[in-house]
Design a protein around this ligand. Structure first.
Ligand code: NOJ
Length: 550
């Protein structure tokens, strides 16, 4: 008998950064009730799953990626009852909820860490990495993800390890009691009726325990080879899966930096540790100067094709243009003059039919852009703040560092969702925790709901098509194959299954392009971000940023 297709292969996921989505009680911070109020919008959009970034109790050093109680919703987001209600109401609309699982580290305000600090011999002290050094100096030269050392010192002289901020001590996965605590908590949430987890920074859970210093140049953020996907991690991940995820028909998507081709299948293959991992291979388009140019499109094409050709044969990925750690895709891939409804819908079409499950980040569907930052004080991100201070202390010009974060900083994705043109974009009746972008009167949901050819309307079509019966097998089981690879400025591919074929053609340049390819017969236009298709001698003459699905 043919194996049944996992439900999440035909799902579309929508990511919510809860602080910035919708405030319901006027405190200026988004919350669970706010998400519940917006369920009709999400249902109308057509998505199947909501991934909510962390909502657990937290001192909010890193906006919830520093958890002090895994069993409680933080009061700023609401209550555990609000979560039950959200799961139930979303369920009625056919929407599943997945939560963010942050178990590489917790908060220094978690009771485990507090007990570990108080008593060096407590059971909890073994839940973390503590080291004493003979000379009292830090144990090695490893640098943390957020700048500064991975080590911070306690008053009693012990050093503790943190991959991220000092307020995010790493959990010691070598300890079996700690692992059991984590599994218990995961199963508790699963039994409440969530549909799975997005798993944070999971490839950091195994370290090179020699903690030997390594040679590092200034550009290197941290010694990747000693702490990302380090050998031995497979034992933890197999056990995690067996003790938790295997018991449920759930979606697990891991943030897994450092997973190479060799280990990809063990993470994201048919019987991998997770349903899928995020494909980060085309996340960074760091060469700024040639944005929007053919060279940049060629580079993007190469990265997408390389990873798709490999991944589609070995496993399953989450594909995305944006998330809460990235700048907005319109800024990332396009020069300012080229950011419009056509280019935005072209980018959307480009990734939506790739092999994998598509993720949409809040605001992406209306074309939200990076914010304008006047000073570092406007930024809220702990990473930007720590790194800015560090670099300025090292003699760099503050304005230059600000420029870097204005372009690439995480706050760009975290400004409040733009719902309408009323004060604070309809996000809150209070004072928003983070500034609302000035462009909210032009870019907002309400406006686009009234326009038949808005980006929002296009996303609705896109989602409907991605999920339609006709394409179901092609999307969940089909092969991936690049086409017209040599055509500069175009990204085109085929998805095929049995006798069915979907052809995606995207002109990613701001100029007309003719494709030397005979249209032939038997084709159906499934999607087009322009009103028509121009033909000349049986060949398509693409408009600037035209995207067509056949
Ligand atoms: C990755 C998350 O996406 C990011 O927002 C967070 O700061 C780090 N992991 C630490 O949890």
């Amino acid at each position: 008998m043919a194996k049944s297709v996992k439900w999440w292969k035909n799902a579309v996921v929508y990511q919510i950064y809860p602080r910035s989505f919708q405030d319901s009680n006027g405190d200026g911070i988004g919350d669970l009730k706010g998400i519940e109020q917006r369920l009709p919008y999400l249902q109308e959009l057509g998505i199947d799953v909501i991934w909510i970034s962390p909502i657990f109790r937290s001192p909010m050093e890193d906006n919830g990626y520093d958890i002090s109680d895994y069993y409680q919703v933080d009061p700023i987001f609401g209550t555990n009852e609000d979560m039950d209600s959200l799961i139930c109401e979303a369920g009625k609309r056919g929407i599943k909820i997945i939560l963010d699982l942050v178990v590489n580290h917790c908060s220094d305000e978690h009771e485990w860490f507090q007990r570990a600090v108080e008593d060096e011999n407590s059971k909890e002290a073994a839940y973390f990495y503590f080291v004493r050094t003979k000379d009292g100096k830090e144990p090695n030269n490893w640098r943390s993800n957020f700048g500064g050392s991975v080590w911070s010192k306690l008053k009693d002289g012990r050093w503790y390890y943190h991959t991220f901020s000092p307020k995010q001590p790493d959990l010691n996965w070598e300890n079996p009691l700690l692992r059991q605590e984590i599994y218990k908590m995961i199963n508790w949430w699963m039994e409440k009726g969530i549909a799975g987890f997005r798993i944070d920074a999971i490839t950091f859970i195994k370290k090179d325990l020699t903690f030997a210093s390594v040679e590092m140049d200034d550009k290197k953020r941290y010694p990747v080879e000693n702490l990302e996907n380090y050998p031995g991690i497979e034992k933890f991940l197999q056990e995690l899966k067996k003790e938790t995820f295997d018991k449920f028909d759930c979606l697990t998507v891991a943030e897994a930096p450092g997973v190479d081709e060799e280990s990809f299948e063990s993470y994201a293959g048919e019987s991998g540790y997770f349903s899928m991992i995020f494909d980060f291979s085309w996340e960074n388009m760091e060469e700024e100067a040639d944005k929007s140019k053919p060279e940049a499109v060629e580079r993007l094409k190469k990265r997408i094709f390389n990873s798709q050709c490999f991944n589609s044969r070995h496993g399953w990925c989450g594909v995305f243009l944006e998330n809460h750690d990235q700048s907005r895709c319109l800024n990332k891939y396009l020069e300012e003059k080229d950011r419009n409804r056509y280019s935005a819908s072209a980018l959307a079409t480009l990734y939506f039919f790739l092999h994998g499950t598509p993720y949409i980040y809040e605001g992406q569907e209306i074309g939200m852009k990076n914010a304008k930052w006047n000073s570092i004080d406007e930024m809220m991100d702990v990473r930007a703040k720590i790194t800015w201070k560090e670099r300025v202390e090292q003699g760099e010009d503050g304005q230059e560092v600000l420029k870097y974060f204005s372009e690439l900083g995480r706050d760009n994705a975290r400004t409040p969702m733009q719902w309408n043109d009323s004060e604070n974009a309809g996000f809150t009746t209070g004072k928003p925790w983070m500034k609302v972008q000035e462009n909210y009167r032009e870019i907002n949901v309400a406006k686009q709901q009234n326009e038949t050819d808005s980006l929002l309307a296009y996303y609705k079509k896109l989602i409907k098509l991605r999920k339609c019966e006709k394409l179901a097998d092609v999307m969940s089981k089909g092969d991936f194959c690049p086409v017209f690879e040599e055509k500069e400025g175009m990204i085109a591919y085929k998805r095929t299954y049995a006798d069915k074929e979907a052809l995606v053609l995207v002109n990613l340049l701001n100029q007309d392009q003719i494709l030397s390819w005979e249209w032939g017969t038997g084709k159906e236009i499934l999607l087009n971000n322009y009103k028509d298709i121009r033909m000349q001698d049986q060949k398509i003459v693409f408009y600037p940023y035209q995207a067509i699905v056949l």
